[in-house]
Design a protein around this ligand. Sequence first.
Ligand code: CA
Length: 226
Amino acid sequence: MRILIAEDDAVLVDGLSRSLRASGYAVDCVTSGRDADLALSTQSFDLLILDLGLPHMGGLEVLRRLRARENALPVMILTAADSVEQRVRGLDLGADDYLAKPFALSELEARVRALVRRSMGSGSSMIRCGSLCYDQVGRAATLNDHPVELSARELGLLEILLQRMGRLVSKDQIVEHLCEWGEEISANAIEVYMHRLRKKLDGGDVRIATVRGLGYCLERPPEQST
Ligand code: CA
């Protein structure tokens, strides 16, 4: 799960990114609207946290351009407490949620989880795949009702596969959603994480298929097929 933070307040960026990283998200940060626009038009994220008061292109313009590209990325806008008008304009331009500054990090995280959940089309925080259950709020998995111990990478990998259950996920997509800028992760490393994840899911009815040369697919158990 990869989040882009567009915010020019260094203290806030520091707090936000630390807290989101501690929760296992990959986090990239930009401090101007121009950089946000560039990142959003060239790369793929799972969520955007967007300050409206950004230098070199305001947040509303970043949002307008994003939606004009027909990009449905979930967007949470950050606004000053007294700017009802900006908030309304942001929501009208296609923001999914907003937080007025100052806010508690715990509230931001709860809203991030809710947005991600909604964008996956599931109102519930539990994703089920056969005997595998994944709690998106607690970020914990169980297999046959027993907890599965997963590293941060394995957890990230499992989330990517679960969000695209039944569909092919390429290694490039995995790298894109698992890594922050400046982080290097090789195709070999992905294979190693995948190998470990498979081993941990051994004993259930969940299968991660390898599509040679293309990627991976978490197969839906037969009774869940749509
Ligand atoms: Ca600002």
